[in-house]
Design a protein around this ligand. Structure first.
Ligand code: ATP
Ligand code: MG
Length: 427
């Protein structure tokens, strides 16, 4: 196997056997997004490195050690495979002046790239669906996003295994105050800090709260809380978000240590978490980022959004036994003989004209083996054509999933029969 070609580590193929669940998930999400009036925005997978550095923050896990960055040899520019979607959305909104006539509700989906240690629920190419509401100060939009996600879990059959954690990061002033207290606190306990934390102590002490190092948990637990620095405006915003959740009957817990791994957040932040996937339990995360549009060169515009990890949600669906609806063909077209193969092409097109999904047998073989394949395909009916049928312009229709006699009839009558079964026959 040493010479064989393999996919890049941490980057997965989506195999046909898994595709139906992905497609079901994607179709459910498109439907759900439409029901809230969100519009799709597609941006390139590759962006200038500076965009992510400016948006996400220099002293963050993503920018410090997770980005796929390389120099384009043709022009010497530094390029980065997108590690997340918000920066590109905001860049595109500014570039195309999307906010010229007011707020916009947007969504995106696709692969993201982070150079992390691959493990269950953590990949180097993974997929996100995300939404961004640009130009809205909230808190109504913050609440909308939480209601939206709760509805999505319900639609996917996941409500019972995902819980909500929320926090407020306040505005710039509260964060500055808190930052001073954090630095003083961690300096007083410097002996307990790991290397990452020491490096971040001055550059970005808030990040230390986001540590995944078990040895630092109790230190972080006792650290000064941002919540205690919130001013009246931030508190009122947070209270309104909580009231919105209460009114909608959505349970949540306030987690004062929830800070998120990207610098652009302020006010509301949240994560939807499950206990069913081990360590990689955050399936969806987001919050408000009122400063980002201006920070990336646009006119100031408040905003909020969230992103969900598709692989983790699909793993959760598999874990709790959610299945994609069966997607077998209506008809498996059995054809034996040269004339039959030619007539089968014509019959297949006629059946598709009538709106049926038709799986044409390929690769030859006798009746018996073709019928076995028809059965295994899950199709509801076999339409059987031998040279005999072909000469007469007829087809034999045999039900595969329910009892019933097989019938032989002219092709046109066969098509009419299927139309009648679908309730589509208008005489
Ligand atoms: P984590 O704390 O697990 O590293 P994060 O805070 O880096 O997550 P975000 O940047 O908020 O993650 O991305 C939103 C969601 O995308 C996460 O909640 C998760 O479901 C998913 N996600 C993030 N990184 C990965 C990855 N490497 N592989 C698979 N899914 C991921
Ligand atoms: Mg991460």
């Amino acid at each position: 196997m040493s010479n064989s070609l393999r996919a890049v580590r941490g980057m997965n193929d989506l195999l046909p056997v898994d595709a139906p669940l992905w497609q079901y998930f994607e179709a459910t999400l498109r439907d759900w997004l439409k029901s809230y009036g969100y519009h799709e925005l597609r941006t390139p997978i590759l962006e200038h490195t500076g965009l992510f550095k400016r948006a996400i923050g220099e002293v963050t896990d993503i920018v410090e050690k997770e980005m796929y960055t390389f120099v384009d040899e043709l022009n010497g520019e530094s390029m980065t495979l997108r590690p997340e979607g918000t920066a590109s959305c905001v860049r595109a909104a500014i570039e195309h002046n999307l906010l010229f006539d007011g707020g916009k509700r947007l969504w995106y989906q696709g692969p993201m790239f982070r150079h992390e240690r691959p493990q269950k629920g953590r990949y180097r190419q993974f997929h996100q669906f995300g939404i961004e509401a640009l130009g809205y100060a909230g808190p109504d939009l913050d609440i909308e996003h939480l209601l939206m996600s709760a509805r999505l879990w319900k639609r996917l059959g996941l409500s019972d295994c995902i819980r909500l954690e929320i926090n407020s990061l306040g505005g710039a002033e509260s964060r500055a105050l808190h930052r001073q207290k954090l630095i003083a606190y961690f300096q007083a306990h410097e002996a307990f800090l790991d290397e990452d934390a020491k490096r971040r102590l001055i550059g970005n002490p808030l990040r230390i709260l986001d540590t995944k190092n078990p040895a630092m948990q109790s230190l972080v637990e006792a650290a000064p809380k941002l919540m205690e620095e919130l001013d009246d405006v931030a508190l009122a915003h947070f209270e309104a978000v909580k009231a919105g959740l209460d009114a909608a009957g959505i349970a949540y817990s306030v987690n004062p240590r929830l800070v998120r791994g990207l610098d652009y957040y302020n006010y509301t932040v949240f994560e939807w978490v499950t206990d069913r996937l081990g360590a990689q339990g955050t399936v969806c995360a987001g919050g408000r980022y009122d400063g980002l549009v201006q920070q990336l060169g646009g006119k100031p515009a408040p905003a909020c959004g969230f992103a969900m990890g598709v692989e983790r949600l699909l793993a959760l669906m598999a874990e709790v036994g959610v299945r994609a609806p069966a997607a077998a063909a209506d008809v498996y077209l059995v054809n034996v003989g040269e004339a039959a193969a030619r007539f089968a092409l014509q019959a297949g097109e006629s059946l598709r004209d009538a709106g049926l999904d038709v799986l044409m047998h390929g690769g030859g073989g006798g009746f018996k083996s073709q019928m076995k394949k028809a059965d295994a395909s899950g199709a509801r009916h076999a339409v059987i054509i031998g040279d005999d049928e072909a000469a007469a312009g007829e087809v034999t229709v045999k039900p595969l999933r329910e009892s019933g006699e097989q019938v032989r009839l002219p092709l046109a009558a066969g098509v009419r029969m299927f139309l009648a079964q679908k309730g589509l026959l208008i005489d």
